[in-house]
Design a protein around this ligand. Structure first.
Ligand SMILES: Nc1ncnc2c1ncn2[C@@H]1O[C@H](COP(=O)(O)OP(=O)(O)OP(=O)(O)O)[C@@H](O)[C@H]1O
Length: 695
């Protein structure tokens, strides 16, 4: 459900209901490999402190007024009444056109054009990367973005209001909302002719809106903190039994131990200090492939060590090549660029890169939206060999000529299916077309995810050398088997009661609760606090400072419940998350797989409980049955019935349908591709995820 619906909701005479009707946006889900080895993974073995809102959350709402029987629509109505002036005066960026942008979206990109769907968020995305000054950038990151072709309907309601206790973030200044949607980093143009010319005028040119001044606290520097890690779980050794499929020409053999990787001593020390003694399957296969200079698309279950699978061989090469950070160069030219879709995830990857490069001359830097650009630049100019960035901020630092691309040898897309879908795909396309970026023949491109829809795999071909290798650990798109999945039939009006019941049983165990929209995240978090369940929330309408605070409070156990939108669905590796609750099921099965993958990581076990609402979730019944049965979970009879009735007698939960890209798509599509002009087949659009929930 988009904010537009909320708006409609509050304009209508309010009909009191326990929980408002949440009608989700529904989108459809959305080469030449020769050799084929399917072997078990161990082939040898077998052969600012907190916001007011946080304060209330932590204090269990002791002083908050009761919101229990009010729905978000009502609270927004109140909030809107009191803040509409503030949002109303938010600056319009409408005159910052993009029509002349050098990198304006083109049909040639092969990507879906945003304008083709009625989605405000998406309409902001293909806008070419801009070259902006700090003020411009920070305003974009930190303020609502309204006006112009992107419309401003959402901004009037974008405060995170949930009633009396929360104030919306004031008058447009810090109130996010605006249009931002799927992605955390949205590229805005400046109306100049090209990124180059914009850059030249960037710094002083645009003074609209307040700056983003948030500077994230530096991560701890002491060795213990850098190498802090959680224990692998009882099922870690079971990874060895997972079947691994490698396709593509002439793959190198897997390695079985870290020693076989022949890493330098410093790296080996760091691996040991990180508590890694044994390779996970994706590491066994990916490390030699990357060391062999090959491009790679790797798909492995959530929490199975994909980050180290790309970081270690890249660092090994850098060490071999004697890469050394050079301080105080105005233009830094990193050898490696890593992009990921959310700020928290890219920061996590950075911390991993910092850990593994500890004691070396290789310097990793992170930059992401919602933080002061000047701060990022100061970090970059101190030396940058590995740049970890969210897409929008990456384009900014490139546009500001703080980052040059000529030396890029490794381009890593983490959560690659997400990075290539209609949300980020155009931006990634622009990235590889940037001046200076080595062609795909001259760089190594590495893609990792737990899910890889076929259509996205096919788009990925544009980024990869034709002889790339495809590694599939287990079922591509399959759920982690260490997560015990339960699907409960719960109607929307009973969800809150059920949630409280479950959380009371769970006690203090760390739990992530996923909901569909940002406003609902606040609403449910507020409700739980009122119920004296210590809760915080993370979603794209929260300030970056608040997001980091929320995550910190959750990580340390201060708030054992984190209510989140899909912004927290991918990649986040938080110790001891024992439960995931899908208060609202997502609209796509891939999203479900990522969400439940926040628990059951690295051989640990976890539980996922999902509320299945007959009214709104039946389209998910069939893929859910498949995911459950593939992961050897109990499938409720009622769910099978729904799946059967939705899809008819041809449906078999165990049959391999088109739900997943079960193999390297170069096999499936060889010689029979039928792309439309946008680069997608006529039968299946790529998965847009749920726009509203991402930002
Ligand atoms: N070989 C290993 N031994 C011990 N721990 C490991 C090993 N490899 C990775 N880990 C740890 O496992 C956890 C999960 O790793 P990581 O976050 O890279 O998973 P992922 O596959 O990227 O998950 P997701 O699909 O959710 O992004 C991390 O805490 C990481 O430090």
């Amino acid at each position: 459900m988009g904010d537009e619906d909320w708006e409609a909701e509050i304009i209508k005479p309010h009909i009191s209901s326990y929980v408002p009707v949440f009608e989700k946006d529904r989108y459809s889900s959305g080469a030449n490999g020769d050799t084929f080895n399917r072997t078990p993974a161990s082939s040898s073995e077998m052969g600012d402190g907190s916001s007011r809102r946080d304060h209330f959350m932590r204090s269990g709402f002791a002083s908050g007024r009761s919101l229990g029987n009010r729905d978000p629509g009502e609270s927004n109505k109140r909030e809107n009444t009191s803040t509409v002036g503030g949002f109303g005066v938010g600056k319009s960026f409408g005159n910052r056109g993009f029509s002349n942008n050098k990198f304006e979206e083109g049909d040639s990109s092969g990507f879906w054009r945003e304008s083709s769907i009625d989605c405000e968020d998406n309409q902001t995305r293909n806008r070419g990367f801009s070259k902006r000054g700090d003020s411009d950038y920070e305003q974009d990151e930190g303020t609502q973005r309204s006006g112009g072709i992107f419309g401003s309907r959402r901004s009037a309601l974008s405060g995170a209001g949930n009633g009396d206790t929360f104030q919306s973030r004031s008058g447009g200044g810090s109130g996010r909302g605006g249009y931002k949607g799927l992605n955390e980093e949205v590229i805005t143009g400046s109306g100049k002719n090209s990124w180059k010319s914009e850059a030249e005028g960037g710094e002083s040119g645009d003074t609209q809106g307040p700056k983003v001044t948030y500077i994230p606290p530096p991560p701890p520097e002491d060795e213990d903190s850098i190498f802090a890690h959680y224990q692998t779980g009882i099922n870690f050794d079971k990874y060895d039994t997972i079947l691994v499929e490698v396709s593509g020409h002439d793959p190198p053999p897997a390695i079985l131990t870290f020693e076989e990787a022949n890493l330098c001593q410093t790296l080996n020390n760091n691996i040991a200090k990180a508590g890694y003694t044994k390779l996970t399957p994706v590491q066994k296969y990916s490390i030699p492939i990357i060391q062999g200079g090959r491009d790679l698309m790797a798909c492995a279950q959530t929490g199975s060590g994909k980050t180290a699978a790309f970081l270690l061989p890249i660092l090994a090469h850098m060490m071999r090549d004697g890469i050394t950070a050079s301080r105080f160069k105005e233009l830094q030219e990193p050898e490696c660029i890593i992009v990921a879709p959310t700020r928290e995830l890219i920061n996590q990857i950075y911390l991993e890169a910092r850990k593994f490069s500890f004691g070396t001359c290789v310097r990793a830097v992170v930059t992401y939206g919602g933080t002061q650009l000047g701060h990022s630049i100061r970090q970059i100019v101190q030396g940058c060999n590995i740049l970890c960035a969210t897409p929008g901020r990456l384009m900014d630092v490139i546009g500001k000529e703080k980052i040059g691309l000529r030396q890029v040898k490794y381009l890593v897309l983490d959560e690659a299916d997400r990075m290539l879908d209609m949300g980020f795909g155009p931006e990634m396309k622009k990235l590889i077309s940037c001046p200076g970026m080595p062609s795909k023949e001259q760089r190594q491109t590495l893609m990792f995810s737990a899910t890889f829809p076929e259509e996205i795999q096919r788009l990925a071909g544009e980024f990869l050398k034709s002889n790339y290798l495809f590694v599939a650990v287990g079922q591509v798109g399959g759920a982690c088997r260490d997560v015990q999945q339960t699907i409960l039939q719960v109607g929307q009006y009973s969800k809150r009661e059920k949630l409280v019941e479950i959380l009371r049983n769970i006690g203090d165990e760390r739990t992530m609760v996923f909901v569909e929209t940002k406003k609902k995240a606040d609403f449910i978090a507020t409700f739980l606090c009122q119920e004296k369940i210590s809760t915080t929330s993370i979603h794209g309408d929260r300030e970056q400072r608040e997001r980091e605070q929320a995550l910190g409070d959750f990580r340390c156990g201060k708030c054992p419940v984190l209510v989140a939108t899909s912004v927290a669905a991918r990649g986040l590796d938080i110790e001891n998350v024992q439960h995931v609750i899908n208060f609202d099921l997502p609209s796509t099965i891939d999203e479900y797989v990522h969400r439940i993958g926040r628990t059951g990581r690295c051989g640990n076990t976890g539980r996922a409980i999902s509320f299945f609402d007959l009214e709104s979730d039946s389209q998910l019944a069939q893929p859910l049955v498949k995911v459950l049965s593939d992961a050897q979970q109990d499938v409720p009879a009622w769910l099978e019935e729904i799946a059967f009735s939705t899809y008819g007698p041809g449906f078999s939960g165990n049959a391999r349908g088109n739900v997943f890209a079960s193999v390297d798509t170069r096999k499936n599509y060889h010689g029979k591709s039928s792309l439309n002009t946008a680069g997608f087949s006529s039968t299946q659009a790529p998965n847009p995820v749920d726009d509203e929930s991402w930002d």
